[in-house]
Design a protein around this ligand. Structure first.
Ligand code: SAM
Length: 260
């Protein structure tokens, strides 16, 4: 039995319903830190809209260009796909991209690291903020070329893109302390924990970690459960499609499930 397999659609839908009816709303949380997150991040995602980036996404969604895509998340198998198919399947949706961007804005993240560029849409959102420097890692050369074209088109010069397996490139990232780290690729138990532990070395007490798809399958749910237990971790936020991890030791250790 492969625990890293994604859950079936039915299972995800069921889990989502349970999340939806169990998650706390703004008025139910007593933590001032989390209340602020509700008001300033969840409540203000529109402040992080970016029309230029969404025009690029729309262009990708229409693109019939065919590329060979080596899927590092799926054992490095090569698939021939249209850009449109990849854009549909791999990119973070607009609402989530805005949420992540508003997070960076509110907590004033400057050095941002992304694992999993794909076609570079979330990267572009983050690069569109004032004062950010974004480092993004991607295994597949062809998607990252398209992503670079998009950042060029938008005039964003504050992105460093490293192509190759995450494992080899984690050692090659610029040696700075990252304020925000978005882990959005290789949704499996063992690598997720390994990246987190590795990247704790590149973080400060104020660093925000964001994990994509924490309910993707048993493997990711187990990884999420272990992350929550780690002594460095204080506040965690389960937003179903995204999991936030704060390691600021001045915060009281507590896990929240929040309604988006
Ligand atoms: C879900 S997509 C990223 C989407 C993007 N962050 C966004 O917000 O639109 C995940 C990407 O991670 C890449 N990836 C997965 N595992 C990898 C690995 N071990 N090394 C390098 N790249 C990997 C895949 O090729 C894929 O393009």
């Amino acid at each position: 039995l492969n625990k890293d397999k994604p859950y079936s659609r039915i299972r995800i839908a069921w889990k989502y319903l349970k999340y939806y009816f169990g998650a706390a709303s703004k008025h139910k949380v007593h933590s001032p830190f989390v209340y602020d997150f509700f008001v300033e991040v969840i409540g203000k995602t529109r402040a992080s809209r970016n029309k230029g980036v969404e025009q690029e996404r729309a262009r990708l969604l229409r693109s019939k260009q065919v590329i060979d895509f080596k899927d590092y998340g799926k054992n490095g198998n090569v698939f021939r796909k249209t850009v449109s198919e990849i854009a549909k399947k791999s990119l973070k949706k607009r609402a989530h991209a805005r949420l992540i961007t508003q997070t960076a804005k509110f907590y004033e993240a400057e050095n941002i690291l992304e694992l999993g560029t794909s076609l570079g849409i979330t990267t572009a959102y983050l690069a569109g903020l004032k004062n950010t420097k974004v480092v993004t890692l991607e295994g597949d050369e062809n998607v990252s070329q398209i992503a670079k074209g998009i950042w060029g088109q938008l005039g964003y010069e504050n992105v460093i893109s490293l192509v190759g397996d995450f494992d080899s490139n984690l050692d090659n990232i610029p040696d700075v302390q990252y304020d925000m780290i978005f882990i959005d690729g290789n949704h499996k138990y063992e690598p997720t924990l390994r990246y987190f532990k590795e990247l704790l070395k590149k973080s400060t007490e104020k660093t925000i970690f964001i994990f994509d798809d924490i309910h993707y399958g048993k493997g990711m749910e187990n990884a999420w459960a272990e992350i929550k237990k780690m002594p460095e971790v204080t506040i965690t936020l389960d937003l179903f499609f995204l999991g936030y991890v704060f390691i600021d030791p001045t915060l009281t250790k507590q896990d929240f499930i929040l309604k988006l």
